[in-house]
Structures are given as structure tokens and as C-alpha cells.
Design a protein. Structure first.
Length: 274
């Protein structure tokens, strides 16, 4: 992967069964059991805004390995994002849950979350700066091969990673999980470097199927390698076990969609970084 091309103006939002598991699933479970996952918080900043990330890696691995950014939901850098970084470390990557809002900025109410998301994306240069600051910190980690980098985004973070991929960020792969869709924009053929995976709920009222289809068509017209997987009857935020606690009908955790989407992410990463 070539060195990062700076983006300064970007528009912007192992569960293993005890019976009947596949050989692939059993291998993933054994890998996770053998991993020596270590974690630490990383304080960094963009401009005057202090940011705090969370990095996870397998200390049992001696070689450098691909790094994967994790962009949080609109609630902010919370435990859900950190859990995904841990899962990535168990799978043999270095996971870095970044911070798009600012150190300690978390929302528990949808109105606060929306306000924070809007603030973080109001100035495209700031949005790009915060994303790039995290990317540089990940590439500098001694466990990471800086030429092999991917990004995963959830909800708000899904829109972020898709936006940067479409703008030509030098990422090898991008996955959006119950993520928002960027507004339509012209895309030059060959401009998008990343392979793209979109994982969405078929009954997600916040991200309608037609919006997902329109984005996919836009990418395919530009020659992008994109795959869309929709889970029938599944609503928004299906990977977050706490999704239903706010009593919002649009949000619901789905254990099967969580399992299947994670398997799809790992399959893509394995193919890209094989």
C-alpha cells in the first residue's frame, strides 16, 4: 500500500456454538483462545482537540501485521468500539478504536449523539484531520505493517469510512456495519483504492435499502470492488448488545447478524491481506 495521501476536504454520518460449528469457526475459536491480547489507551490530538484511542494486539505474534481502524457509532468512542478492536487482535490484526469526537465525549441520548456527530463532521478539514491523526498513530505502532491498513466503521463510523474510501484514502479495505450512506457524489474511475464491504440490516429504517443500493451502484460505476450483504428483518445497530436499551424501535441487537457480519469482515480481511 502506498503512503497515505492526505485528505483535507472531505464532505460528510466469536460466537461459537457448542454443537455443529464449522471447521472455520472452530479454527477462529482456537485462535482467539491462544491469543495473548494486550491493550492500551493512546492519547493523541488534532489541532487543539485532545483525542483518546484504544489499541489492541496479540503479544504472541512476533511479526508485523495489518492494522485496522475502528470508527465508533454516533454515541462516541465507547466500549462497543473497544470490543471490536479486541476482536481484531484475537483474529491476528492490530485494532485501533479511534476517537472522532474528543477525549471523554460520549452521548447517552440520541439528541446529544446527533449534535456530536454534526459537530465532528461540520468542517470537512477537521473530520479528515482527526481520521488521519488516528491513521498515522496506527501506522507508527511497532506491531503494525504500515503498508497494510484497513478501516471498519459502525453506524456514524460506517459513513465516515465510506466517505474516506470514496475520496481516495489509501486504505486496502473498508467495511461499513449498519453504517450511514454518504450523500451522492461524482467518483472518477480508479479513484477508490479500497475494497468495500457494506453490511446492513434489511429492516433498518435509518439506512433504507434504496440508499444502500444507490451507493453501491455509484461505486460499481466507478469500477470499485464492492459487496453488499443485507440481513433480512434486522434493524439498525445490530452488532451492539446495548442497542435496545434506549427503547428506540429502530435499534435492535441481533446475535446472528452480529456473528455473520463479523465472519464476513474477517473473510474480506483475510482475502485482502493474504
Amino acid at each position: 500500500m502506498r503512503s497515505l495521501r492526505r485528505l483535507t476536504a472531505v464532505p460528510i454520518a466469536l460466537l461459537i456454538g457448542s454443537l455443529g460449528c464449522s471447521r472455520e469457526e472452530a479454527g477462529e475459536a482456537q485462535q482467539a483462545a491462544e491469543a495473548q491480547v494486550q491493550t492500551r489507551e493512546i492519547d493523541y490530538q488534532y489541532g487543539d482537540e485532545p483525542l483518546q484511542g484504544f489499541i489492541a494486539w496479540d503479544a504472541a505474534m512476533a511479526e508485523k501485521r495489518p492494522g485496522v481502524l475502528v470508527v465508533h457509532e454516533w454515541w462516541g468512542h465507547n466500549q462497543h468500539a473497544r470490543n471490536q478492536a479486541r476482536r481484531l487482535a484475537e483474529a491476528g490484526y492490530v485494532g485501533f478504536a479511534l476517537d472522532m469526537y474528543g477525549k471523554g465525549k460520549l452521548a447517552t441520548h440520541p439528541e446529544d449523539a446527533q449534535a456530536m456527530a454534526m459537530e465532528a463532521t461540520r468542517d470537512p478539514a477537521v473530520t479528515a484531520g482527526r481520521f488521519n491523526a488516528a491513521l498515522e498513530r496506527l501506522k507508527q505502532d511497532p506491531h503494525v505493517d504500515p503498508e497494510r491498513i484497513a478501516a471498519i466503521g459502525y453506524c456514524f463510523g460506517g459513513a465516515v469510512v465510506l466517505t474516506f474510501a470514496r475520496a481516495g484514502a489509501d486504505l486496502d479495505a473498508v467495511a461499513s456495519v449498519h453504517g450511514g450512506m454518504p450523500e451522492p457524489a461524482a467518483v472518477d474511475s480508479g479513484a477508490v483504492k479500497a475494497r468495500i464491504l457494506v453490511l446492513t440490516g434489511g429492516a433498518d429504517p435509518l439506512v433504507p435499502p434504496e440508499r444502500v443500493a444507490a451507493f453501491a451502484d455509484e461505486m460499481r460505476a466507478a469500477g470499485v470492488d464492492i459487496e453488499v450483504i443485507s440481513y433480512p428483518g434486522v434493524r439498525h445497530s445490530f452488532t451492539n448488545p446495548e442497542a435496545g436499551q434506549l427503547g428506540i424501535d429502530a435499534l435492535a441487537y441481533d446475535a446472528e447478524a452480529d456473528r455473520r457480519s463479523w465472519a464476513a469482515i474477517l473473510e474480506m480481511l483475510e482475502e485482502v491481506f493474504r
